[in-house]
Design a protein around this ligand. Sequence first.
Ligand code: FUL
Length: 442
Amino acid sequence: MDYSSFLKTAARVKPSARQAEFLKNPFYAFVHFSPNTYTGREWGLGNEDPAIFNPTELDCDQWVEAIKSAGMTGMILTAKHHDGFCLWQSRYTEHCMKNSPYKNGRGDVVREAAEACRRGGIRFGFYLSPWDRNSRYYGADAYNDYYKNQLTELLTGYGDIFCVWFDNACGEGPNGKKQVYDFDGYIELIRKYQPNACIFNDYGPDTRWIGNESGTARYEEWMVVPHELCFRAEKQTEGPLTEGSLNGIYNTWGDLGSQELIRYSRGLAFCPSEVDMSIRPGWFYHPEEEPHSLERLMRTYMTSVGGSALFNLNIPPMPSGRFDPRDVQRLKEFGDALKEAFGQELSVPHTVAREDVSETQCVFRIDFAEETAVNYIALCEDISQGQRVERFVIESDGSRLTDGTTVGNLRICPLKGAKTRQLKLWIVAARDHVPSLDIRLY
Ligand code: FUL
């Protein structure tokens, strides 16, 4: 295969319908709630007494309201974390709400959260930790059945699920053994009962881990990545173009999608990355911690959602079962700041004209009726066609304002109120014919 056909093949790696749908709402919430909330731990030991889990003022509507105030459109609840405690009435274990004093052992936090999401018009999903430090089955085949039984309870009892989240954490269980997870079996079950749910795992199939928990996204983020990395996603091409190997590729690598890298891949997959970060240092609630600054949250949004990734922001409920007022306030400030920045597109009349320069280069000329201050320009590729743009430059009245590499799902470029009569967006390199681009000005 010659180099240009290789790039065209890479440009044609496409999202599934479920991924394309998911990418339309890239900002959603994580909620970490478990016995850890009452012990101050981040990873529970698995031998916690279920009686300590006792939210006396549980208010999932308060969660949903706070989540919505930040502009988030979904919630993923830790139905079970590594400590193995189940936030619902599981038939398969006693280590669950049945033995919590909450509602005299009849409580179901998963149900309350799912119903609050439905009432509030946001999507609901769950995290079911494969690592389980409580289950006596852990370390044997029986554990995979146990896990699948619990998955089935969650997939069939709580309405539409938009995301099933699981990591690869695999420590020792109560009997000192580690587990070989049947991820293929888990995925099959999710597809069977909730075919529209996106599945997050470090290695795909539908979304993948950004590689850190500090909210740091890559400057150049590709949704088209080597199947060697996302081996649970569908392999859509053959390879390699150049003999070599990508052994050892991992989410923490700085480059996961450039031409220089993918030429060694044995096949490419479509798998967007998710930035997962907590609003505070810990995933679970610790009263002494403070929420991150508004500035940090905005920066993370700009580089994740605004850098073609997804943003899953965790808010940990307090032992009472409510969000901390400090977090509620920060979420509201965050939502207000996002509305202020992106609530309304520029109203100054302008025209956009496209001129193709070569097969893979073009220029968009934006002419304003009058001199206009532009804070942001946001670009979106038509990703149903794949991801193509590799480099772009933005000029104002002949001088360079900014430049960048990938566009993908969304690229937000801050222009800091630059005053201009004419902007030019040069697409300097693309993997195939430059796709139709949606250009928004703020
Ligand atoms: C990790 C877990 O070990 C952390 O406790 C947390 O749940 C984070 C979101 O995922 O794998």
